[in-house]
Ligand binder design. Structure first.
Ligand code: PLP
Length: 520
């Protein structure tokens, strides 16, 4: 069934409210439902079928094809014109609406493309996408069993599975809008557990607090400290070794220092899979320190948590079962799609609800006809909350834990392949041997080869990655991130996460960098 291309959204049914009389309002109440376009009851369905057809062609088929561009770069002013962004009083025709959809897709970056290496998320899992489509269509909020019966039960099942992989047979948890927010929740929970008064009395109830994390941690820890009123000064930065792992001895030292300065240590945030280098902090040793000082151990496993699925590699997170909380983003390494970010807790005392609950009587009535413990909305600071469990649940159902383990192992194997190929080529230099799927390296262009001793080598090398990045984006051939890091000049961080990647994509990356940088 196709849409009547000339059909317009019935603006007659949406008169200007300023000009309305009471009679007009009554007339409006009798008008066609908004989704029934121009009196055509099948038009809405046809519109969605057309949009879905465009999505299948342009995103799913072309967007994942290596022979298409990963992005179609336009300067912002030109892009504004191409998109016709202005919102007007008059509605537009169906044909124009479909054209807008096509333009949005055309000029958007295809994160599902096999040459999109730019972020810690990439790829497109069809089952997860099916889950996202069903979720969007049902459009409910996760807060009560009343309006989300399936998803309340499903969320608990998925969280239980993730907790079991951490090594907990009981506990609590919730899906959060991203790993940054999960980390902030952990800090808030640790603070509340120690100073329950602060929920009511706020910062007045608190002594100066100190939390500890390594210099390789994600920036959300500092943001969280600011957001929660602790201040960024309360974040004590612990030294990391040359591989990017927190040094437990320095953690000890920082704790003593903080105490000597009159601060009260309350939390350590270790990282399992650091953002740039992909390092795993030594959790056992850090847990020993936490145990000794009675500190909450949070593990930011937003990036590396999915490694727990792999029997071969899960040793990287040895000791994670000793944590009090874990942040884990399946939307990164497992490609479930944004967002899917779990905060897992060892706690069984209803800490989440006690810390964040507000008992809104219009939503969480205690005299409901079912078990009100199923109304999980008071565990979080949000009111409405997206459903984030279905995409992971459906993908897990289809793949099985076995299939997901294969994916993780495959990502490690491809990262290793890339490292070995890179070592064979002139002009590529590893920043370090990776232990995860972040492969960090410099591309040294012909003019800089053998010039390491020259005084301006670093300065010149740091200009290479930005130039190559511009070239690849303008060409649309691939996207890969770069950054400076400590004293190291700009280097590329290749992320091997998309489950559709093959050796050919790794070879392409190296060949393309050589092509793009041959004149430098
Ligand atoms: C280690 C780590 N923690 C937390 C985050 C933040 O996750 P999100 O982007 O979902 O907020 C990231 C993001 O890259 C990360 O690498």
């Amino acid at each position: 069934m196709r849409v009547n291309k000339e059909a317009k959204v019935s603006t007659a049914a949406i008169p200007d409210p300023i000009l309305l009389q009471t009679g007009d309002f009554l007339l409006m109440a009798d008008s066609q439902p908004f989704l029934s376009l121009d009196g055509d009851p099948v038009a809405a369905e046809a519109l969605l079928q057309d949009v879905f057809g465009i999505v299948v062609d342009e995103v799913i088929r072309k967007g994942t094809s290596a022979s298409e561009k990963v992005c179609e770069w336009k300067e912002p002013e030109e892009l504004k014109q191409l998109l016709d962004l202005e919102l007007r009083h008059e509605g537009e025709s169906q044909e124009q609406i479909l054209e807008h959809c096509r333009a949005v897709i055309r000029y958007s970056v295809k994160t599902c493309h096999p040459r999109f290496f730019n972020q810690l998320f990439s790829g497109l899992d069809p089952h997860a996408l099916a889950g996202r489509i069903v979720t969007e269509s049902l459009n409910t909020s996760q807060y009560t069993y009343e309006i989300a019966p399936v998803f309340v039960l499903m969320e608990e099942e998925v969280l239980k599975k993730l907790r079991a992989l951490v090594g907990w047979s009981s506990g609590d948890g919730v899906f959060c809008p991203g790993g940054s927010i999960s980390n902030m929740y952990a800090v808030n929970l640790a603070r509340y557990q120690r100073y329950p008064d602060c929920k009511q009395r706020g910062l007045r109830a608190l002594p100066p607090l100190a939390l500890f994390t390594s210099k390789e941690c994600h920036y959300s820890i500092k943001k969280g400290a600011a957001f929660l009123g602790l201040g960024t000064d309360s974040v004590r930065v612990v030294e990391a070794d040359e591989r990017g792992k927190m040094i437990p001895e320095d953690l000890e030292r920082q704790i003593s220092l903080a105490k000597a300065e009159g601060a009260v240590p309350f939390l350590v945030s270790a990282t399992s899979g650091t953002t740039v280098l992909g390092a795993f902090d030594p959790l056992e040793a850090i847990a020993d320190v936490c145990q000794h000082h009675g500190l909450w151990l949070h593990v930011d496993a937003a990036w590396g948590g999915s490694v727990l699925l792999s029997q071969t590699h899960r040793h990287l997170l040895a000791g994670i079962q000793r944590a009090d909380s874990v942040a884990w983003n399946p939307h990164k390494l497992l490609s479930t799609g944004l967002q899917c970010s779990a905060l897992l807790l060892r706690d069984t005392s209803n800490l989440l609800k006690r810390c964040h609950g507000s008992q809104a009587s219009y939503l969480f009535q205690q005299d409901k006809f079912y078990d009100v413990a199923l109304d999980t909305g008071d565990k979080v600071v949000q009111c409405g909350r997206r459903v984030d469990c279905l995409k992971l649940w459906l993908m897990w159902k289809a793949q099985g834990g076995q299939g997901l383990q294969r994916r993780v192992d495959q990502a490690f194997a491809l990262a290793r392949y890339l490292v070995e190929e890179l070592k064979k080529r002139e002009g590529f230099e590893l920043v370090m041997e990776p232990e995860f799927v972040n492969v960090c390296f410099w591309f040294v262009p012909p003019s800089l080869r053998g010039k390491k001793e020259s005084p301006d080598y670093s300065e010149r090398l740091s200009k290479v990655a930005p130039i190559l990045k511009e070239r690849m984006v303008r060409k649309g051939s691939m996207m890969i991130g770069y950054q400076p890091h400590g004293t190291r000049s700009n280097f590329f961080r290749m992320v091997v996460a998309n489950p559709a990647l093959t050796r050919a994509d790794m070879d392409f990356l190296l060949n393309e960098l050589e092509r793009l940088g041959q004149d430098l």
